[in-house]
Design a protein around this ligand. Structure first.
Ligand SMILES: [Zn+2]
Length: 232
């Protein structure tokens, strides 16, 4: 029996090899996406236990977020860029959950996010979600849930219209473009709650800002923001 199991495992490994998403090494257990070396090489920000960190200050004067942080620095041609690319454009859902688990581990170190009541993934354009087959922010939330026992309200806020690509617009245009894009579905579920809004990367924060603004219209609601990565 033991031999058969061993043989089956070897066979499965041959047919469905499980390798590190970072370096391709096969020294990685089945429930992990990265080997230890790659995991340890990720550029940790330590923002989660740092009040007034760059992600948080980037929202000052825009929206009153309670806390905001990103787990890792996002740089060009880095492992983190590769992982985000795998998650968004290569259908690697598992890497999202894996990164969410790492994010949650960063989050619990600082105690600043302890009183979060629930998780909301930043809604994706419906068209894009259909094409991708999933919302990457939801995958990240599922990973957070394996560490922190918090409810996930995926459809509490939705994205209404499809906005054109925003890469070449300034912040003002981008914000105007975002106006009225989000709609809250079930305000009664969110009233008085501390919401953690989750996304993969924070760059200008315009989309997170527009979504948080909509959530903050609900009475006694507070919003914090957590992302996997932060672009300098
Ligand atoms: Zn590796």
């Amino acid at each position: 029996m033991g031999l058969l199991k061993e043989w089956t495992n070897d066979f499965l490994h041959l047919v469905f090899p499980h390798n590190c998403t970072g370096c391709g090494s096969d020294i990685v257990s089945d429930d992990q996406q990265l080997c230890l070396r790659c995991t340890n090489s990720l550029p940790v920000t330590n923002f989660f236990n740092q009040p007034g960190n760059p992600v948080e200050t980037s929202f000052y004067g825009r929206i009153p977020v309670r806390n905001a942080a990103a787990a890792y620095y996002f740089t060009k041609d880095s492992l983190i860029q590769h992982l985000i690319f795998q998650l968004k454009y290569r259908g690697n859902k598992q890497i999202g959950a894996y990164m969410g688990r790492l994010l949650a581990n960063e989050m619990i170190v600082g105690n600043r996010f302890n009183d979060v009541d629930l998780l909301i993934p930043l809604p994706l354009n419906p068209k894009r979600e259909l094409k991708r087959g999933y919302n990457q922010a939801t995958q990240i939330c599922l990973g957070i849930q394996t560490v922190l026992d918090k409810p996930l309200l995926e459809k509490a806020v939705v994205r209404k219209v499809y906005t054109e690509t925003q890469t070449h617009m300034g912040r003002i245009n981008r914000w105007q473009n975002m106006d009225g894009v989000f709609a809250v579905n079930s305000p009664e579920l969110l009233q008085g709650k501390h919401i953690l809004l989750v996304d993969d990367v924070v760059t200008t924060g315009a989309t997170l800002e527009a979504c948080a603004m909509e959530l903050l219209k609900i009475p006694q609601t507070t919003v914090s923001i957590a992302t996997i990565a932060y672009t300098l």
